[in-house]
Ligand binder design. Structure first.
Ligand SMILES: [Zn+2]
Length: 402
């Protein structure tokens, strides 16, 4: 009976989950509703379930600082999905901590970067008006960050955020506007969403050490319409707030406008199949087109677990960096890499991937030695399959550009 139940319950959850997502009034939509379903795996991770990964699981030591600062180069740190709401919030509070706590063990390392990038997967707002929750028919997972969470984001050193994703409008336009205001007030550059399509496609440009870096951001799920009062499509329009869609035509046009203004072009893509280390059909070809159009590095996120890193024509494609901080409880959602990349004005000089685990659903902790081995082997294996040359050294994956 137990065995039977163990089979039946996940199936029921899966069916309920798939049928819960409804796409409304969108005849032009190519993808199916199922491709937008936030996987069943998330159902099991509602707070306050007990974190599977606790500090006792592995040794933690502080990351050594390395000094690579130079006037002629720019150092870019890139992280994946940042979700400080729901279970992360619960476990921060349960331990009597504040929003700096998640980043206490990585902030010193990250802040060695000139540019520190992340995907802000939730709006920062105090608004209570959200789309319909997943527990109701046609609803979705709705996430938001407390307004105080900006303190942690600043503390970690983030100065460049992607906001083109499938959660930034979970609290409607108000959630997005509050996020834009708070990021602007705190001097954090952002790209991928705005008060209209022009704003959503507008690059964020940061100049450091005399080198100009521009970021363009897009999301694969822009055309989906989610149930709520009223229903909402996240796609930005001429007079409509929202996100920039992952359309090759837009990306090519935007890169060609940005290219003469900056030295380094970064393209952030919120894309790919969730909870799967493999690339989706056409994903690699799309990435190559974006590099051919003039991008120097693609930073991917959304699948909540890592995918491989490809070096194509000397340019890195980070298909998915995994969660940086999130409450999802399976082991591959509670680990990932952040990237430490150094660029000169015209090319990349080095790229390292640094492994970490998320402990007690609330803190990013770099890992070493035997604790890191499996994760290092996983990224190396996935990347070699994409033709990359890389090796493990000093508990990091080092990519070769020769
Ligand atoms: Zn996402």
């Amino acid at each position: 009976m137990k065995k039977k139940l163990a089979f039946i319950i996940p199936v029921i959850i899966l069916i309920a989950s798939i049928s819960a997502i409804k796409l409304i009034n969108n005849p032009g939509l190519k993808d199916t509703a199922a491709s937008y379903t936030e996987s069943v795996r998330t159902v099991t991770t509602q707070s306050p379930d007990t974190p599977k990964q606790t500090a006792a699981n592995f040794q933690t030591v502080p990351l050594p600082e390395t000094s690579l600062k130079s006037d002629n180069t720019v150092r870019i740190m890139a992280t994946g999905d940042i979700l400080l709401g729901r279970g992360v919030k619960y476990w921060i509070k349960a331990q009597g901590k504040d929003y700096r706590y998640p980043f206490e063990k990585v902030a010193d390392y990250l802040k060695q970067g000139d540019i520190i990038f992340g995907n802000l997967e939730e709006s920062i707002t105090s608004s209570e008006h959200s789309l319909t929750g997943i527990e109701q028919k046609g609803g979705k997972y709705v996430f938001k960050n407390d307004v105080e969470s900006i303190d942690g984001i600043e503390f970690a050193g983030f100065n460049l955020l992607n906001i083109a994703n499938n959660h930034i409008l979970d609290y409607y336009e108000q959630g997005l506007f509050d996020t834009l205001d708070i990021l602007d007030k705190n001097g954090i550059a952002h790209a991928g969403a705005g008060r209209n399509i022009d704003e959503a496609r507008k690059p964020a440009i940061i100049e450091k050490n005399g080198i100009k870096v521009g970021l363009l951001s897009y999301t694969e799920m822009a055309e989906a319409t989610y149930n709520g009062n009223p229903p909402l499509c996240y796609l930005a329009g001429p007079g409509k707030a929202g996100v920039a869609p992952k359309k090759l035509e837009y990306i090519k046009e935007d890169i060609s406008k940005l290219r003469p203004l900056v030295d380094i072009v970064l393209v952030s893509l919120h894309w790919g199949v969730e909870y799967d280390p493999n690339l989706s059909p056409g994903q690699q070809e799309f990435a190559h087109e974006v590099i051919n159009a003039g991008a120097d590095m693609i930073i991917g996120h959304h699948p909540h677990q890592i995918k491989g890193i490809e070096i194509y024509n000397g340019k890195p494609i980070l298909y998915s960096l995994g969660n940086f901080i999130s409450d999802q409880n399976e082991s591959d959602n509670q680990e990932g890499f952040f990237i430490d990349a150094q660029f000169s004005t015209d090319k990349i000089i080095s790229l390292k991937a640094i492994p970490f685990k998320i402990v007690q659903k609330s803190q990013v902790v770099p890992v070493y030695g035997s604790d890191a081995r499996q994760l290092l082997d996983k990224l190396t294996g996935l990347s070699v399959r994409l033709g990359s040359k890389c090796s493990i050294s000093d508990d990091k994956v080092i990519f070769d550009f020769q």
